[in-house]
Write a protein that binds this ligand. Structure first.
Ligand code: LRH
Length: 471
């Protein structure tokens, strides 16, 4: 085995990072080069991402990465799913919308009028999320002005290299990829009035995208190659779950909690549809059979409101320690309640959901935080049980990866509420998965390395923390 260094651009809904990933004889190490904030920005026509700022941070971060490590072998890019930029010539036509923008509701009605959800599910295997790209396209007046539409990581790769492509794991979240063949469902696109020309050629994780060109090359300082990774952040995270048993479940926990199992074949049964389980495309043609649970968004939005009230930052670890010390029961609410998905005054909205159910609203911030964490953990436990039932698996352990693995209260509550041990970590699963797929493309794990080989490298390089269920 050999090794080297690659750069990973990892964009999350609340922050983005540029990391260096060192691979040496089957082990891995990450070094953070840049971290920058991200989040929804309110514009006159709705909720967007500040893509100009994001792209500037990415280029600056890559320039710094090259300064530190001139021998970088490649760059991989992953981000949250579903959102896109419309491109004409070299130009991005408009700032990309944020998936929490309410315009998607229009698209949902229009799509379901043409193609009922049951048929959609049979074709694309996706759970209903009001922001799946196909709903956004149908609500987008500018789609037909564009030559092509590129999902966020593909858009970044385009600006860096000039190449137009759609990486397959992320493309699967558009709703326009056939769950059986993995190709664009052009018949579905035509029925929805989505031009085939908007959908660029599909490529796979590990494929070369192109080399840094033009201004990006000048600013970053080298003609490094961009390699496609599991460009959907959840696909990269799942690559780096050190699955410890064949029946293990995973939770990729950040803003969202993506709860499920890895399969070789999709499950598009009526039961899976009714349970709103998705079959997203994984690396190496695996299927990410999972359910989106509204994860730490609930807590981070509540903290944001409290910070605005106080005019001061909140010490989250201290708040969680106080929340852990709360004795007596706290009320639970449905973490997936659709009324909790937009930004803004989360404590008030959660309070009204709790009050509606007839329970007393927690009176202190620690008790409120405890209610949020316990409600997320209950939704996690329920989703694991449903995944087990729908796939006939006897799930025996839950791996929690991503930022949520640092939340001890959440990990323990998930173990307690599921009755299963939880293995927490790695926290940086997404960046690790991004690095691993690049490293494999360079042959650093040998000629025919499988996902299992890559996961062995994660297991050899990280030490998950174990939480036993308490009765
Ligand atoms: C997590 C994630 C998730 C999608 C959502 C839009 O970051 O990519 O898998 O459903 O963002």
């Amino acid at each position: 085995m050999t090794g080297g260094v690659v750069a990973a651009v990892d964009l999350g809904a609340t922050s983005g990072r540029v990391m260096l990933g060192y691979v040496d004889d089957g082990t891995l190490r990450l070094e953070q080069v840049a971290r920058f904030p991200n989040g929804p920005v309110e514009r006159p026509d709705g909720l967007h991402w500040d893509f100009t700022a994001l792209y500037r941070h990415i280029v600056d971060g890559l320039a710094e990465a090259v300064r530190r490590e001139p021998g970088i072998a490649s760059i991989g890019i992953d981000s949250w799913a579903v959102d896109y930029g419309l491109v004409h010539g070299d130009e991005l036509l408009a700032e990309p919308f944020h998936y929490r923008d309410e315009r998607t509701a229009r698209g949902v009605d229009a799509v379901h009028r043409s193609v009922p959800f049951a048929e959609l599910y049979r074709r694309n295997g996706l759970q209903f999320l009001p922001f799946n790209t196909l709903y956004q396209y149908v609500a987008d007046d500018r789609l037909t002005d564009a030559e092509v539409s590129l999902l966020i990581p593909d858009l970044v790769a385009f600006l860096l290299t000039g190449a137009r492509a759609a990486e397959r794991t992320n493309a699967s979240t558009t709703g326009l990829v056939d769950v059986r063949t993995g190709g664009w469902d052009l018949d579905l696109a035509a029925r929805l009035g989505i031009p085939a020309s908007a959908l660029p050629p599909l490529i796979d994780p590990g494929d070369a995208v192109g080399s840094l060109a033009g201004e990006a090359r000048e600013r970053i300082g080298a003609a490094i190659e961009v390699v496609a990774v599991g460009s959907h952040d959840t696909a990269s995270a799942v690559v780096a779950v050190p699955l410890s048993t064949p029946d293990a479940a995973y939770i990729s926990c950040g803003t969202w909690g993506l709860v499920g199992v890895e399969l070789d074949e999709p499950v598009v049964s009526d039961e899976a549809r009714a349970a709103n389980f998705t079959n997203e495309g994984g690396v190496d043609g695996r299927v990410r059979f999972l359910h989106n649970v509204t994860g730490l968004w609930l807590l981070s939005e509540a903290v944001r409101t409290w910070e605005a009230e106080d005019g001061a930052a909140i010490d989250l670890p201290a708040l969680l320690a106080e929340a852990a010390a709360v004795t007596g029961g706290v009320p639970l609410f449905d973490a997936n309640d659709a009324r909790l998905s937009a930004p803004g005054d989360m404590p008030a909205r959660i309070a009204s959901v709790i009050a509606e159910s007839g329970s007393a609203v927690p009176a202190t911030r620690p008790a409120f935080a405890r209610t949020i964490v316990e409600s997320i953990a209950q939704a996690f436990a329920d989703a694991v049980a449903t995944a087990a039932q729908l796939t006939g698996r006897d799930v025996d352990v839950i791996h929690i990866v991503g930022g949520g693995a640092l939340n001890r209260l959440l990990c323990q509550a998930t173990a307690d509420r599921s009755g299963l041990p939880v293995l927490a970590g790695p926290v940086e699963a997404t960046a690790l998965g991004n690095v691993l797929v690049q490293a494999r493309a360079h042959g650093w794990f040998g000629p025919d390395a499988t996902l299992e080989d890559l996961r062995r490298a994660v297991a050899a390089s990280t030490s998950p923390e174990r939480y036993e269920p308490r009765s």
